[in-house]
Design a protein around this ligand. Structure first.
Ligand code: SF4
Length: 111
């Protein structure tokens, strides 16, 4: 391949761009996660499941099986990192639920 072969230059540019961009990936992924909106209690699915940001605010008459020690942070469907205030949940993709929240899909974390 000649030094000024355009294919070679294109290849070098791709390698250089790839190497420069790779360290940014974790930051980009982190930023995308941080931008997830918080679930609104008024969201139709949230309302249908009686979701509240605070487990103590759950309508006990409507959900007699609810207990105040049940909350998103000890639900098996919570995702994300332990200790975070707002975390993703398998039931509400693309939204964040409050660690102290609750909804009717609550399932005890095993263990
Ligand atoms: Fe919270 Fe679990 Fe309901 Fe998700 S499924 S909102 S983590 S109680």
């Amino acid at each position: 391949m000649h030094r000024h072969d355009p294919r070679r230059r294109r290849l070098i540019r791709l390698v250089v761009l790839g190497a420069a961009g790779a360290p940014l990936l974790p930051a980009l992924i982190g930023a995308a996660r941080a931008e997830l909106p918080k679930l609104e209690e008024s969201d139709p699915t949230a309302a249908a499941l009686g979701y509240k940001h605070d487990t103590n605010a759950v309508d006990q008459a409507k959900y007699p099986n609810h207990r105040p020690d049940q909350m998103c942070s000890n639900c098996n469907l919570i995702q994300g990192a332990e200790g975070e205030e707002w975390r993703p949940c398998a039931i509400f993709p693309g939204k964040l639920v409050h660690a102290n929240g609750w909804c009717a899909a609550w399932v005890k974390k095993p263990g």
